[in-house]
Design a protein around this ligand. Sequence first.
Ligand code: AMP
Ligand code: MG
Ligand code: MG
Length: 326
Amino acid sequence: MVLITKILSQFIPMSAQSSPLILRILASSVTTAVKAGSIIKDVMEKGELKVVHKGMSKNDVQTEADRSAQRCIITSLSKKFPNITIIGEEGTLENENDIPNDWIVTESDESILKSTCPENFANVKPEDVVVWVDPLDGTSEYTEGLLDHVTVLIGIAVGGRAVGGIIHQPYYDYKKVKNGTGRTFWGLVGLGVGGFEAVKPPSDKFIITTSRSHRDGKVNDALKALNPDDIISVGGAGHKVIVVLEGRAHAYVYASKGCKKWDTCAPEAVLEASGGKLTDIHGKHYDYSKDAPFPDDQGIFATANGVDHNALIAKLPQAIRDAFPY
Ligand code: AMP
Ligand code: MG
Ligand code: MG
């Protein structure tokens, strides 16, 4: 046994051999999300988006970038972790595993592998884990050229709770540097966050971020009731949580049904690992188990660290609460 360990350690870094499963999934998801981001940029550079309309709304679209990024993520993670459940927004794609070799990510983020695992996750088993993948969040903004609204989201749920996540923003800084430098926010509840430092929102103003392309009467009624000084209307669930983490808004509020589990699993985990909170509009966490329904049917209510989540939710009128029954 000692001999086998010695031989193995010549080929595999010690941290990769000994890290608990949750850290290995998180560390692989960081490098995989970055690769997916580079694939998204390649598709845009080529200019062949091959748009498919998925739903009734003109904003509900899928492009070659969504499909390719999902193929990269699902193939890479399932090769490394064959016994976990992985659910991707784009469902089962044709030729899902028939991808170029360099789309299969084998590297991991070494600093995460070396972290001390929170005790409650040290013995997580593959069957406890569900990974929710939104290969490209903010597709309508991607097609419109609002490139910093685009994120790659990989969320890790354990026992039905969103606990780990990656929000990769491939086009970060794209207005200054061609195609952007990109940045990656990650978090694990109990361990903390990486890739960024959360900023407190201003104390002399109250700002809410919400959807720009999916607005309806209830979304507007909720905003009116909360009476913010400013509203930041931007695309993507991942991007809106970045706006909160950067201290540009106190809350992300969306009193509508359109988001799905792959939109919120990673943002919820990263926000909660930074001390914030993401729930439905009643203040309840979503269930991210493998058999949970996809829609976030009770809307989104997310707040920055230091904001009183429940006090803000209490300002919503009863008519809005009644519009989102369980
Ligand atoms: P948004 O805040 O509108 O950018 O949406 C965040 C995420 O939720 C994106 O992936 C959207 O596609 C999805 N989403 C939100 N509302 C809807 C809706 N009414 N129909 C379809 N997708 C939606
Ligand atoms: Mg999305
Ligand atoms: Mg998407």
